[in-house]
Design a protein around this ligand. Structure first.
Ligand SMILES: [Zn+2]
Ligand SMILES: [Zn+2]
Length: 339
């Protein structure tokens, strides 16, 4: 090459690349967020441990407990049973609910995985709006057919948040009863255990799936109600990420007052036709009166009221006041012949 020949050299951009923060643990995606089949927080915790090839005990003691408890995490109780970290010896499913411990577990896991959506694996969104007491089972429950199907289809085996609810006793996919006792060792199983592989018993390690489930014995009208109730709890789980804000007790109170107004008009027309409606109206009046400023009971009040008003829980929470009013008016005109 001649000395005076000009050479074109590649220009290098020496600016530092913007690298997003790395997560300490895998950025594991939770299953089904935004659907009624959303994974539960306890299931996510177990699956995260499985993905890291460690026991839940090891993950909790090594990574989660220090973030939840600061310097005090090395307590002898936690060393023995990690579930004691979650306030009670059996790590009752309330850990999937809305307790302060649930919040701190979500914060610890979000920090470790850099995921912003883990609160939807619990009922934290509904704190202060829905009453938590009596809502959850004491132990794990599962659909044996779901487990079997996921295994056959090589899908991830997990536990939906829906299975944590006491009132959910039937799988809407397979129309079979949920099981809450290990068929091999007859144990009731805690939600968080030292070593837990999802789909298996944490005591005897037996497989919790089966090609056949037990059918519920329900009359047609009970079946319809049961389906509506489970579907409504599914709605509550599914709508949480769609709201984009923390729901307020005040807004729900106003919407329930609007429904009561419609009920009262319908009831005035014909007292004998609407016996069931009369009962639910009484409950609603008591709920709006005595418990004003207190969270509403989901099973005894919110779901039966929506059932009578012929609206879904998704409509109750996602529609604004005016559109809900229009939907209610049209439903009352058809169902209760309101003019
Ligand atoms: Zn199932
Ligand atoms: Zn067992």
């Amino acid at each position: 090459m001649k000395v005076d020949e000009c050479t074109q050299l590649e220009m290098w951009d020496l600016q530092k690349l913007a690298i997003p923060p790395r997560s300490r643990l895998y950025h594991l995606e939770p299953i089904g967020v935004g659907t009624p089949d959303t994974e539960s927080l306890s299931s996510y915790l177990s699956r995260l441990a499985q993905e890291h090839c460690v026991t839940s005990q090891k993950l909790i003691r090594g990574e989660i407990a220090p973030r939840m408890m600061g310097q005090n995490y090395e307590s002898p109780l936690i060393k023995k049973h990690v579930s004691t970290l979650f306030s009670n010896s059996d790590a009752k499913p309330a850990i999937n609910g809305m307790r302060a411990k649930t919040k701190s577990l979500v914060e610890a896991l979000e920090q470790l995985t850099q995921r912003p959506d883990l609160s939807f694996l619990s009922l934290l969104t509904w704190k202060g709006v829905i009453k938590e007491r009596g809502l959850f089972r004491q132990y794990r429950a599962w659909c044996p057919q779901c487990n079997q199907q996921w295994r056959q289809e090589s899908k991830v085996i997990y536990e939906p948040l829906l299975w944590s609810f006491k009132e959910v006793d039937v799988c809407l996919h397979h129309h079979c009863l949920l099981v809450d006792e290990c068929p091999h060792c007859s144990s009731r199983l805690p939600v968080i255990a030292n070593s837990l592989q999802l789909g298996f018993c944490s005591r005897c390690k037996g497989w919790l799936g089966s090609a056949q489930g037990e059918s519920p014995v329900l009359k047609t009208d009970e079946l319809e109600w049961n389906k509506y109730q489970i579907g409504s709890i599914g709605d509550l789980i599914a709508v949480a990420p769609q709201l984009g804000y923390q729901p307020k007790l005040e807004t729900l109170t106003k919407k329930l007052q609007l429904i009561l107004f419609g009920f009262e008009r319908a009831f005035r027309q014909d007292l004998t036709r609407f016996i069931k409606l009369g009962k639910i109206m009484e409950q609603l009046k008591i709920g709006l009166g005595q418990h004003y400023n207190k969270p509403f009971h989901l099973i005894q009040l919110v779901i039966p009221v929506c059932y009578q008003a012929d609206i879904s829980l998704a409509q109750l929470f996602l529609e604004d006041f005016n559109s809900l009013g229009e939907i209610l008016l049209s439903n009352f005109q058809v169902n209760y012949r309101l003019t």
